[in-house]
Write a protein of this length. Structure first.
Length: 342
């Protein structure tokens, strides 16, 4: 993603030379040279945590998928039987949820595959693409429900509210079980893929609550407009959650700085290392949920030990910001390179 040019000319007027065979790449030094043991320890720790999270996410998704598929069929039949838009819309949402959960499972399977010469980061971004697709489908479904609700306002229809409420109650219990399984076994806060699937299920739960409320209003007051009104309210709540996921996924795909990290703070920390003159070409981005990366160039004083400063930089970035994948290029006054275009 970020390539370092061996011959650059920095805009600050640093007159660097070309020979940097010993101090060119911080990440290489980190894993193979003076920090070999340090790098090995953290790679092992990270891999273990990722594997554990992957297993829990998969179990949670499988349980949620089984429950969602079963209730989808129940609500579809129930919606046709009772003529309830709230139930039919919730069933349509369930269908999308089943697809979203299946897609999330597929993404987890892909991310377990090793990296290759063509895909040096492996398939980790598949999780972000799955989350993006799930967010977009939530927008489409909410739009369809609102459209149908408007049609119901123009042409009101009688609804078997008692049966509708019973089916909606079953759907609500199932949705809560699905959400609980994802929360208990998966990382619904840190993993965007799981979060998008969780939002689908939460949207279903809201739909079921809406159907129960609409059913009660129709049963007591005979006011059938409650069905489309509740459907629209639920759709707007679904859109709110979907917008959050959409923004996050697009930010990652645009290689934006993670929200939890201040790039100004990163620069200040590195500039605070004794012997560092300047920090430039600094980038911090997210590869996938829970995996952040950083790259930068450090211009240091000619009489300073480049490997010592490199180790300090690696340690500080990991300790202060939790970034274990840091690529630091060390430069002295003899190094010359062109300004990075971005």
């Amino acid at each position: 993603m970020h390539q370092h040019d061996s011959k650059k000319e920095h805009t600050c007027g640093h007159d660097h030379g070309e020979d940097k065979s010993h101090e060119q790449h911080g990440h290489e030094g980190h894993t193979h040279d003076e920090a070999g043991h340090h790098g090995h320890h953290h790679d092992h720790h990270h891999g273990h945590g990722h594997h554990h999270g992957h297993s829990g996410n998969k179990q949670g998704l499988l349980i949620a998928l089984g429950i969602t598929a079963g209730i989808m069929v129940l609500e579809l039949v129930g919606g046709l039987w009772t003529n309830s838009l709230a139930l039919l819309s919730d069933s349509g949402h369930m269908l999308s949820d089943a697809g979203a959960l299946a897609l999330s499972l597929l993404a987890l399977w892909f991310t377990a595959k090793p990296s290759s010469a063509r895909l040096s980061f492996g398939f980790h971004r598949i999780e972000i693409l799955a989350a993006l697709f799930n967010a977009v489908t939530l927008f489409v479904i909410a739009g369809l429900i609102i459209w149908e609700a408007i049609e119901r306002f123009l042409h009101p229809a009688a609804v078997a509210s008692g049966s509708m409420m019973l089916i909606a109650c079953i759907g609500l219990i199932a949705n809560l079980l699905s959400a609980w399984s994802l929360m208990r076994k998966g990382d619904v806060h840190g993993n965007l893929n799981l979060r998008s699937a969780y939002l689908h299920i939460l949207g279903d739960a809201l739909g079921s609550v809406g159907a129960i409320i609409a059913g009660a209003v129709m049963l007591i007051f005979g006011w059938y407009a409650a069905d489309p009104i509740i459907s629209i309210i639920v759709s707007l709540l679904i859109l709110k959650g979907a917008w959050g996921v959409l923004k996050s996924t697009l930010h990652i795909l645009m290689e934006g700085t993670p929200s939890s990290i201040s790039i100004v703070s990163v620069k200040q920390v590195l500039e605070g290392i004794e012997g560092v003159i300047d920090v430039h070409d600094l980038h911090v981005w997210t590869i996938t949920s829970g995996i952040d990366a950083m790259s930068c160039h450090l211009l240091i004083k000619d009489d300073k030990d480049s490997q010592d400063i490199l180790q300090q930089g690696i340690t500080l970035i990991e300790k202060r910001f939790g970034i274990t994948h840091a690529t630091i290029q060390i430069e002295k006054s003899t190094i010359s390179h062109q300004a990075l275009l971005v």
